[in-house]
Design a protein around this ligand. Structure first.
Ligand code: SAM
Ligand code: GLN
Length: 286
């Protein structure tokens, strides 16, 4: 099979899997397998693929055709301009989560060092690693109930050389007692209402870890746990930043305000209220 034939064949399979941009994804998968860029592929349509490459490509196309997320096939996702290793152990970091991290980076730089940060539900480590990478004064505790996710997070911390400032804690946050309170708490917790998980796109519903999505009956279990734990988890001058699902911001604001916090809500690039920030001291370092 040459490149042109392989692309046409792959695009057909992806189309049958209802992939929205089958031609583009076929090209991207071949580029990944060949370790070349797209321009090379389009410039060499007649080049024959070695048997091993052809086999690897067809396997990748079959996975994508069954709606495995592209990022689980290539094991890459860029987040905060850093390359993260991802696989089925963890949620694929989302672009909207960058809003949360950017807000947290603005907040941490206003505190004196060392700044203790807690990342609840670290998954791939996208949040913890980005914070530690972009602010060298931070010391981060990254907690996750999933041991396999934590292994992935550690791999990413090592890759970006921040392993010495992140402690990985394999614990259920619902039973977590901090040794010392944190200046900054940041979390993108599971927030999908349990019954809605099955209605998400197949990439999410069929492949991402359910434990990374399931926020309980109304999706708000983790915000309730964070709010009720705040007095012990957060220093009096501390800030808590959480990502929320579309339409959840008012409920989460209410939970934080009930604990005596002042609250700000930030929008994502699509204009959705996405980040709820709480402070016990009425000062926002944003
Ligand atoms: N922080 C990553 C990100 O933003 O891409 C992953 C967020 S993912 C939505 C939520 C994470 O919370 C998952 O990695 C999941 O394993 C973890 N998690 C779920 N239940 C938990 C619990 N009870 N205690 C601690 N972590 C939990
Ligand atoms: N952002 C993910 C989605 O929309 C959900 C992740 C989460 O529960 N925090 O599928």
């Amino acid at each position: 099979m040459n490149i042109k034939e392989a692309l046409a064949f792959a695009a057909e399979i992806l189309k049958k899997g209802n992939i929205q941009a089958p031609v583009r994804e076929a090209g991207a998968l071949l580029a990944y397998v060949l370790k070349k860029d797209l321009s090379y592929i389009y410039a060499h349509p007649e080049e024959n693929l070695p048997g091993s490459i052809e086999g690897e490509f067809l396997k990748a196309v079959e996975k994508r055709g069954s709606r495995m997320p592209f990022q689980y096939i290539t094991n890459h996702q860029e987040f905060m301009s850093l390359d993260f290793y991802v696989d089925e152990s963890c949620l694929v970091p989302r672009p909207e989560t960058e809003i949360l991290v950017e807000a947290a980076l603005n907040v941490v730089k206003k505190y004196e060092k060392p700044i203790r940060v807690l990342d609840i539900g670290t998954g791939s480590g996208a949040i913890a690693v980005s914070i530690a990478y972009y602010d060298r004064n931070t010391v981060v505790d990254a907690i996750d109930i999933s041991e396999s996710a934590l292994n992935t997070a550690m791999k990413n911390a090592k890759r970006h050389k921040v392993l010495d400032r992140i402690s990985f804690i394999n614990r259920d946050f619902m039973h977590f007692a901090a040794k010392e309170p944190y200046r900054v708490i940041i979390s993108n917790p599971p927030y999908i209402p349990r019954d809605e998980i099955k209605n998400l796109m197949p990439e999410v519903a069929d492949y991402e870890p359910v434990i990374a999505l399931d926020g309980g009956t109304d999706g708000l279990d983790f915000y309730r746990a964070i709010a009720s734990g705040l007095k012990n988890l957060l220093t009096p001058d501390g800030t808590v930043l959480t990502e929320v699902g579309a339409g959840q911001h008012a409920m989460v604001r209410g939970l934080f305000e009930k604990e005596g916090m002042s609250v700000l809500v930030l929008k994502d690039l699509a204009g959705i209220d996405r980040v709820v920030v709480g402070s016990l001291s009425e000062t926002f370092f944003l």
